[in-house]
Design a protein around this ligand. Structure first.
Ligand SMILES: *[C@@H]1O[C@H](CO)[C@@H](O)[C@H](O)[C@H]1NC(C)=O
Ligand SMILES: *[C@@H]1O[C@H](CO)[C@@H](O)[C@H](O)[C@H]1NC(C)=O
Length: 531
């Protein structure tokens, strides 16, 4: 016993000594603080501004004539939302001549809280801008007749790694002595090889001078200039100053990790195996009879495709069967929360979104939608939904955002699309589609469905995804909508009544206010127009 204790004590002592020794000898690496906001250095800013305004002064006296037709296309700094005035009061007028309506969004808030809210929104927007911009976004102008040759774009380094800066050279009139300077801020400069007759000063630092009496030797040396990123701060960029007497240039080196791909192994078959490629996701609330019809119809055509169901009913029923995953959520969590949950559980390359009252038919050819996504760069492609009346809808929407000033931007949504997709005559490119779409799983997960949108919401997902989701729509892949038309002699079931209460709240309700409030604050819009 005693010897065991002794040994233990000895082991503890030795480890303490070892730890102390290690701590002591640990390289005292200079942990510099990184300005994660990534301001452009005052030096660079000054250079850029001086050069832009200098030429402005000289040229501003030359008269110009503005070409209105073109000038009016340049976006003004301040946008407005205007609806169509003058209404044609005809039956089906809205269907035949869709009229644009305009909606201010600040009305989602009480006038008393609006001022404070505006300043909070401005504050958040300011930090968003800082987060989303890097020096790589700064305008850099290559001057006429600069003897400096340098890369204008496409130089990239992984964090803390080294590269050779390509394309550097000096072209100059004959001189006795040639000298160039480099200045970097997030890394150091060096040379990977030495050239005889060339003097290098400041190598390994962020300001390096290279000089030589012979231009050829200097240019040879410039082929070996390296850049090492020393401050770890990925997804930014370093603006390197490159100068010789009377001439300056700046170029950008992007600092970033490579993008880690997320690939799905989809098997080696020539034909698309929908079960291996697609998961059907839906959200249900109370309507178990409709859901069962949907599942039965899917099974008729795709017996082994996985179906993920998010369910926030009050008294959830069991839904079981092969290839079914049923996720129970707290009661009434809502529409987008359910979509989020369902999509988060998908492990296939693609996810097909359907509503729980849809019915698959022989026209619901998922292979066609898979084909579009496999053969184009689109991320999401919508199909068509056929109503019991025979009317099919694709609900194509274009979305555009006009920049505004402090009041926020203007959001414009219009029915329609941008252009037909070559090779797919039934498909178009647009910005928003109906509740029946196939999408790349990882892209949908990235955009996400804002769980605050509990009741009426759909296009909000496409607004959040504008800029990152490429959206298409095909009208030859059709799913049926279980009848919405209630026949007067069939009484509505209890569950249908409760469903209607939650799903279709009156327009002036909290749900609409929440939606407008999110557009106003989260997306920083002042108003929206739509038809
Ligand atoms: C290069 O840098 C050195 C040291 O900072 C400076 O003395 C010199 O004037 C610079 N030369 C040019 C051409 O910018
Ligand atoms: C299709 O994929 C499923 C799931 O990965 C697999 O079980 C099935 O064998 C595949 N079918 C064919 C015809 O390859």
């Amino acid at each position: 016993m005693r010897s065991l204790r002794k040994t233990l004590l000895l082991v503890v002592l030795v480890s303490v000594v070892v730890v102390l020794a290690v701590l002591h000898s640990w390289p005292t690496r200079g942990y510099s603080t990184v300005d994660v906001w990534q301001r452009r250095g005052p030096l660079i800013e000054r250079h850029l501004e001086e050069r832009l305004t200098e030429s402005d002064h000289q040229l501003s006296s030359i008269p110009i004539r503005i070409r209105d037709s073109v000038a009016s296309l340049l976006s003004r700094n301040s946008c407005v939302c205007e609806g169509d005035s003058g209404r044609i009061n005809l039956p089906f007028a809205q269907l035949l001549f869709p009229r644009v309506s305009a909606h201010p969004l600040h009305t989602a808030f009480r006038p008393s809280e609006l001022d404070e809210l505006k300043s909070r929104r401005a504050h958040e927007y300011h930090s968003f801008q800082k987060r989303s911009q890097t020096p790589a976004d700064v305008l850099i102008v290559a001057e006429a007749n600069s003897p400096l040759q340098y890369p204008t774009q496409g130089v990239e380094v992984r964090p803390l790694k080294t590269i050779i800066i390509p394309g550097l050279a000096l072209h100059d009139i004959p001189r006795d002595h040639y000298i160039v300077n480099f200045t970097a801020t997030l890394g150091s400069l060096n040379v990977a090889a030495e050239v005889e007759g060339v003097r290098v000063k400041g190598d390994g630092e962020n300001h390096m001078t290279i000089s030589s009496p012979a231009l050829n030797s200097l240019n040879r040396q410039l082929q070996f200039v390296t850049y090492t990123n020393t401050l770890f701060h990925p997804s930014t960029a370093d603006t390197v100053q490159f100068e010789t007497e009377k001439h300056q240039a700046s170029f950008v080196i992007k600092i970033r990790h490579g993008t880690t791909p997320k690939l799905y192994n989809t098997g080696s078959k020539q034909e698309y195996n929908v079960s291996a490629l697609v998961t059907v996701a839906t959200k249900t609330f109370l309507r178990y009879d409709k859901l069962q019809d949907l599942i039965d119809s899917i099974r008729r055509y795709y017996p082994t495709v996985t179906i993920v169901i998010a369910d926030d009913s009050q008294n959830p029923k069991t839904i079981s069967g092969p290839y079914i995953e049923h996720y129970i959520m707290p009661f009434g969590k809502g529409w987008f929360a359910g979509r989020n949950l369902a999509v988060s559980q998908v492990t296939t390359k693609y996810v097909l979104w359907v509503d729980d009252d849809f019915i698959f038919t022989a026209s619901t050819k998922l292979e066609k939608l898979v084909d579009v996504l496999e053969r184009t760069t689109l991320d999401l492609v919508g199909g068509a939904v056929r109503e019991a009346t025979g009317y099919t809808a694709t609900y194509r929407q274009t979305i555009s955002i006009e920049p505004g000033e402090e009041e926020g931007d203007c959001l414009h949504m219009r029915r329609g699309f941008h252009h037909v997709i070559e090779g797919f005559p039934n498909c178009v490119v647009t910005d928003g589609v109906i509740n029946f779409f196939l999408a790349r799983t990882d892209k949908v997960q990235q955009v996400g469905f804002d769980p605050r949108l509990a009741r009426v919401a759909h296009l909000e997902f496409f607004i959040d995804g504008l800029g990152s989701l490429h959206v298409g729509s095909c009208d030859d892949v059709i799913v049926n909508h279980a009848t919405k038309i209630r026949l007067p002699w069939v009484s509505q079931s209890e569950s249908d009544k409760t469903y209607a209460k939650f799903r279709y709240p009156p327009a002036s309700s909290d749900a609409t206010q929440t939606k407008n409030g999110l557009l106003y604050f989260k997306n920083r819009f002042q108003c929206l127009t739509r038809n």
